[in-house]
Design a protein around this ligand. Structure first.
Ligand code: PHE
Length: 452
């Protein structure tokens, strides 16, 4: 049953808004940095395996809960079972989303800084200058925190304008433009002298580089990138209409997401090899590699490097925005519907909490190095806690819930839209959700904790 004040996404809007949530810094910033950290091609294979075997079934499971519940994450889970306790999975998703929004806004803020610095061309220069620029900026006591807050403020404005006006329109324009620009930069990057080693790093697997933490990191990256495990997909699915084919939509979104991540890899590693940046440079990788590409590959035509840099950071900021909107929306709609607050008041609470955490994360990168938890900066702690623990845990319980608790008739109906999707696919998916996903997630955790 749908509550009457819920807007529905249009058919194209379903894909674009969900892909808008999925595609973001996870693809362009996090995927290259994780791939570089985990030795390249072998990590990518694991990542693709996680997307296909665990990601797509998990996405569909969240869609089932969201579309049927047609409410915020907590109520969707609670309404589908006799025990209200399952609502806790939705609440966990809300908490996870707010933690992610906090550190994500910091990286999104870095993009804004680079966008504005691109106007004057001050981010472009030789490799030492570019690396230095990042270090000086990211450890500044005020600037990164202000940019992060600015990003949250923009997200706040879009979210308070409502889902349909804000989210759908923002996603419509972005995706195709981003894709075209990425392809252009990939070509430029691969043509740089010395780029071959980077291409090899991406496509020639070295399986000896795989450890138990590599597998968990691949799983975490897959879930983070697909926006899985935060109840984000569940919240967005509450805006889907009855005709949306859940399986097809999940597959399309996963495909778009993977293609953009691989393109981002093809943009970064050849360039990193060409200018001598270490692929294992951590979270700064994209920021200390790309300005070199803009500077060197486009130097033939005056100002072209500046224009490409400007377009790139503008689009990346937009891609990040469609993701932060989804993170914010999960929590806003939860506070709005459960605490009976106005949408504006609910959004203000979310922005305030996430804003404080974003400032802590921004400072922990360098200005106040003491802001650490379990040996990690607050920023890295938020990232590791969510992607490697909370997202897989959220998805684990969602799969158990949909596979074993939700009445079978409901699940069948949601997945097949009243019988229009093939029975074979339904059975295969159900097996993945009931058995494969929960066991695989447990095994990966167990292995990481060295239980076997
Ligand atoms: N998937 C987004 C990205 O890749 C991040 C995100 C995670 C968004 C979880 C929503 C929920 O940038």
């Amino acid at each position: 049953m749908k509550t009457s004040n819920r807007a529905n996404f249009s058919k194209l809007g379903v894909i674009l808004a969900t892909a808008g949530s999925a595609v973001g810094l996870g693809n362009v910033w996090r995927f290259p940095y994780m791939t570089g950290h985990n030795g390249g091609a072998a990590f990518i294979l694991l990542y693709i395996g996680c997307v296909l075997i665990l990601g797509i079934p998990g996405m569909v499971a969240e869609f089932v809960v969201g579309r049927h519940g047609a409410s915020n994450a907590f109520r969707s889970y609670a309404s589908l079972s006799r025990s209200k306790g399952w609502g806790a999975v939705g609440v966990l998703g809300v908490i996870t989303a707010m933690i992610i929004l906090g550190f994500y806004a910091v990286v999104a803020g870095w993009c804004l800084q680079y966008l504005f610095a691109s106007f004057s061309g001050s981010v472009l220069g030789d490799p030492d200058y570019v690396a230095d620029y990042f270090k000086t900026f990211s450890t500044h006591p005020v600037k990164p925190a202000l940019w992060a807050l600015a990003f949250i403020a923009v997200t706040h404005v879009v979210v308070t304008r409502g889902v349909k006006g804000g989210v759908e329109r923002a996603s419509n324009l972005l995706m195709p433009t981003l894709l075209v620009l990425l392809v252009g930069i990939v070509v430029a990057s691969c043509l740089l002298p010395g780029a071959g080693k980077g291409i090899e790093f991406l496509f020639k697997p070295d399986f000896s580089a795989i450890t138990s933490s590599t597998i968990l990191e691949a799983l975490g990256q897959a879930f983070f990138s697909l926006s899985l495990g935060t109840a984000c997909l569940c919240t967005y699915a509450s805006y889907f209409d009855r005709k949306t084919d859940l399986m097809k939509s999940a597959t399309q979104v996963a495909l778009i997401d993977c293609v953009i991540a691989i393109l981002a890899g093809l943009m970064i590693f050849p360039a990193a090899a060409a200018v001598g940046v270490n692929p294992d440079s951590g979270s700064s990788l994209v920021f200390i590699t790309l300005p070199n590409v803009f500077q060197q590959a486009f130097s033939g035509i005056p100002m072209l490097g500046n224009v490409v840099a400007l377009m790139f950071y503008a689009l990346l900021s937009m891609a990040a925005l469609t993701s932060t909107i989804s993170l914010h929306e999960i929590a806003t709609v939860f506070f709005h519907e459960e605490l009976h607050l106005s949408r504006r008041a609910a959004a203000t609470i979310v922005s305030a909490i996430c804003g404080v955490f974003a400032v802590v994360c921004a400072l922990s990168v360098g200005a106040v190095p003491g802001l650490r938890l379990f040996g990690l900066s607050a920023m890295d702690f938020g990232d590791t806690l969510t992607s490697q623990y909370l997202l897989p845990i959220g998805s684990f319980f969602t799969c158990l819930f949909v596979g074993w608790v939700v009445p079978k008739g409901v699940v069948f109906d949601e997945l097949t839209n009243g019988g229009t999707v093939s029975l074979r696919i339904y059975r295969l998916w159900l097996f993945a959700v009931r058995v494969v996903c929960p066991i695989a997630i447990l095994l990966i955790f167990g292995h990481q904790l060295q239980l076997f």
